[in-house]
Write a protein that binds this ligand. Sequence first.
Ligand code: XMP
Length: 603
Amino acid sequence: MHDRIAVIDFGGQYAHLIATKIRRLNVLAEILQPEDPAEKFAPFRGIVLSGSPALSAYDEDSAYDKRIYELPIPILGFCFGHQEIAKQYGGEVEHTQREYGPATLQVKGSSPIFRGLAPEELVWMSHGDTVTVLPPGFDEIGVSTAKGGPPHQNAAIASDSLRRYGFQFHPEVDDTAHGEQMLKNFVVEICGCRQDWSMRLFGDEEIERIRSQAGNRSVFLLASGGVDSTVCAVLLGRALGPERVDLLHIDNGLMRKSESAQVIAEFAKRGLDRNLHFVDAGDRFLTALSGVTEPERKRRIIGDTFVQVFEEEASRLNLSDCLLAQGTIYPDTIETGGTKRADVIKTHHNRVPVIEKMIKQGRVLEPLAELYKTEVRELGEALGLPDEMVWRHPFPGPGLGIRLLCSDGTGPVEAPGARVSLDRIAGEAGVLGALLPVRSVGVKADLRSYEQPVLLWGDVPLEQVEPLAARIYQEVAGVNRCVFDLRGAGLENARPLAATVTRERLDLLREADAIVMDGLRRHGLYREVWQCPTVLVPLELDGRGREFVIIRPVLSERAMTARPALLTRELLDELRAAILGLPGISGVALDVTTKPPGTIEWE
Ligand code: XMP
């Protein structure tokens, strides 16, 4: 039996992130609910109380079993959890100003929870309450200061004798620079957990679980060929034997160049093609999308068509007593994501009504539902899958459908004053800039925005373009993105083209996308880059109806936030030459926008 840490889930995505970070230390973390009785916590070596987006320790009498505080095991709380611990031991919590983002933590004293850390640490805040009165027997072990703000007292508190600790900040987010060390100090030093858990063991346990849930039934899996569904297929194959695993791969006509063929070859290589069903539904998706230009409508049509094809195939194959397996991972199931599209994404894939019904009947297996992408990759490696497969970039369900911008031929109305402030900022930086007469999706202050990109061009190093872009999308009204022209020329006379989803445009985009993917691989950058959408934008520069290509390489860990990957000059030169060599393309630019305000995809 492994040593385990219990994480109480007070809502949002905090608990899962905490569990992930602990598992990364080779210690098993399990998520428990506030309504679980204290007895259930007794076998654990430590308890972590998560933050909460909704609850406030100030005004709520939060419902969880307070008898956990009588257990002789260490407890650590973050944000809401921190305030709960303070309250429990006689401290006070008050509403204060909301604080978001980075802060500097000054470490005080020598508590083991901060062993190995510097006197000042970068931490991430997101809260509106403060522990104003320290509980008796506790010490203030950290004070935080956000940029320009007053010091925040009791940002970290501890009672080493009781083994109770609380942080106002979030050590589980990547932005807390040494959050992992803090978690390690708790889990390993304070709770004494042995670091003997691994993804390989997780895989073995999942295989056992699949066996017992499936009994003697067969399993049917929707296999897109991405990392998640492939890892899932391999687990099912190991658990039940390939003869009891039916795979369905649907080509929606929105896949990358030759992708379906590669996916099928990949399954064949793993011996999983015995019951592989392939449906070429490209024409059907194209017909359903014909004439549609609005991004969310395109998404909905793609999702609905997918479900229809799936249902038809399922009834044709008569799956009435089969289990359905899905490669759902944790971010697919969350209610609210980094963007307001989270529930749209959800309804399109893993939580449509037929599937909901099967979940209720206990007929759905989701062996990866607790994992993030990075963990699925780790599991894929533990299962011995090849790098090429494990490191495959995530690809959205609607595929190239959301990378093929469409338009009725009319451009957006520019925000008043936008052009003047753009000219001023670009001029100061010695570059030129233009508002592109199209729109793309972004997120601003947690809301979906649909605004104009700015194109910049001129003789400046790319490193200087990124901070300039940040200034532009902060200061220029109606702008959520900046792209840098790789031809070094501008397009003052760009005109929007009327364009819809057609096979010709998709084929053109497939070619451009294949050039980019191949370039990333040849230059050894494929793995470092999280995802790299190539986008076809219906903008004409030269009166000949030729379109514009955007390359959007990003660095990210969970796709909730992202930074632009600037690639190398050599690779960019190659990509520019090859893409401009395609008939039908007259321009190419690199997207240099962070998320937020730009999303990873353009639609
Ligand atoms: P954004 O564009 O919101 O994307 O920054 C975040 C991550 O989600 C993927 N994405 C989707 N995945 N259906 C999906 O299955 C969708 O409709 C969809 N939209 C975006 C995107 O590729 C990125 O990994």
